[in-house]
Design a protein around this ligand. Structure first.
Ligand SMILES: [Zn+2]
Length: 467
């Protein structure tokens, strides 16, 4: 590709690069899918010009944890986490999960990706672990269709649950697979979709759901396949399961991981909020990162991640919205602010707190590094042209426009961004997703939700007369 785009005269460009540069009244030149230059008065004859006067430019967010398939269990007060115990909540929500089919996955993925893109996210991981007779094995194939349609950079983490309930897991039998089934599908997906090259738009990650819902063999086979194929790995860890792990194996989750060899910089974990300070060193030494998802912590009333302690220990950190069962939205701007405010809540007790800019870097460069994509998450020559612009030429921002590095988490700019670019292509502008018939998808998605879930699942019963 040689097509050039010049983002001209931005009010500020927050690069999140190695030098933490912020440029004022500056330009950003894009050549194909990469950034060629960032600076003042850049020349580019014949380039397509985007007038960025009055706009702030940021590197696109990298969302490091999600479950798109959960989007059609949003906004249900019948499964509202604060009013239920964990087991009650799981029982109710699994009744919906086991009805989900591959059409639900297609449209819920479309809803999530639209939400992500419109709020500045340019790359997302999705941890898909819902495999039933209704979904079949084509869930990730359907998600790839959506990602390609929207021009979204997508890492599909192929999850699984292999330990049946009678052996102590919380998973209904309908959602259990065998390790062999899982591996066979991983190999299929790997051959079909995985592009390991830098700037890749689609990758496969191996991601057993969590140790308490999988056999040890599933994890061992995951490590074998991932390391022989050079894939990243992901799972849920230290999110409230440690007491069950101690009961079952006599050790905490992380020690269990160490014993089976599930350690390394090619692995990142979702949540990690239960990690003990004495366990930080093991994570740091192995370069094993944590995806911090603030919304489920709030909804579950759980421990607030010790970000200052983890930063000090050198644990890689990224930000995630998490699945819609524990965060009804997929808005990274909202997640960024929530994460910052949660840390401030304990700043007196802990004696320190990450700055808003540190949280922004966690949501961009930090997340990118953690998932093995150092070409993402910063605006510098040679990096991917993944970015978003915010229009700050608006009355509501009067008096706040002196610190573009802090404004997103500090002020709470959570409305739609002005423009999102992924891989050098404008995918969202003027409140429209490029090349996507949003009305049609919305209508079809609503029809699928009604046919497959609302008409069948008791959780929707009180709402039946509202449609
Ligand atoms: Zn999760």
């Amino acid at each position: 590709m040689s097509e050039k785009t010049l983002i001209r005269n931005a009010r500020a460009i927050v690069t999140c690069d190695e030098q933490d540069r912020i440029l004022y009244g500056a330009d950003l030149l894009i050549n194909g899918n990469q950034i060629e230059a960032v600076g003042r008065n850049l020349c580019a004859d014949g380039a397509h010009v985007i007038d960025a006067a009055g706009k702030y430019v940021y590197p696109g967010f990298v969302n490091t944890h999600h479950h798109f398939f959960q989007a059609f269990v949003r906004n249900l007060m019948t499964i509202d986490r604060p009013g239920l115990t964990l087991m009650q909540w799981l029982d109710e929500i699994y009744k919906v999960f086991i009805c989900i089919d591959d059409n639900v996955i297609f449209y819920s993925s479309a809803a999530c990706m639209a939400d992500l893109i419109k709020h500045g996210c340019t790359c997302s991981v999705d941890h898909q672990y819902c495999y039933t007779t209704h979904t079949g094995k084509r869930a990730i194939d359907r998600q790839m269709e959506v990602a390609q349609m929207m021009g979204f950079r997508f890492l599909a983490a192929r999850g699984t649950n292999t330990l049946p309930r009678w052996q102590g897991s919380t998973i209904p039998d309908e959602m259990c697979e065998t390790t062999a089934e899982y591996l066979q599908d991983c190999e299929r997906l790997l051959a079909l979709y995985h592009d390991p090259a830098p700037f890749s738009m689609q990758q496969i990650v191996l991601a057993p759901c969590q140790p308490i819902n999988c056999t040890e063999d599933t994890f061992l086979e995951t490590i074998r396949l991932a390391r022989s194929s050079n894939l990243r790995m992901h799972t849920h860890l230290c999110e409230g399961e440690n007491s069950s792990m101690v009961r079952r194996f006599g050790v905490r989750s992380l020690e269990w991981c160490r014993r089976i060899g599930f350690l390394g910089s090619d692995i990142w974990l979702a949540h990690g909020r239960e990690t003990l300070p004495q366990e930080y060193d093991l994570l740091a030494r192995n370069g094993m990162g944590i995806s911090h998802c603030p919304a489920p912590t709030m909804l579950g009333g759980s421990e607030i991640l010790d970000i200052p302690g983890m930063q000090k220990a050198g644990i890689p950190l990224g930000l995630g919205v998490d699945g819609c069962a524990t965060n009804d939205g997929s808005n990274m701007l909202d997640t960024l602010r929530l994460a910052y405010l949660m840390q401030t809540f304990l700043s007196k007790q802990r004696g320190s707190c990450p700055t808003p800019y540190e949280m922004l870097k966690m949501a961009t460069a930090g997340g990118a590094d953690m998932i093995g994509r150092p070409e993402l998450g910063r605006l510098a020559a040679g990096k991917a042209a993944d970015l978003f612009l915010v229009d700050v030429q608006r009355l509501e921002y009067a008096g706040a426009l002196h610190d573009p590095a802090s404004i997103l988490p500090k002020l709470g700019i959570t409305g739609n961004v002005w423009l999102t670019m992924i891989n050098g292509r404008v995918v969202y502008q003027n409140d429209r997703l490029a090349g996507v018939d949003e009305e049609k998808l919305l209508q079809e998605g609503e029809q699928v939700c009604t046919r497959v879930l609302r008409n069948r699942c008791s959780a929707f019963a009180p709402y039946c007369s509202n449609q």
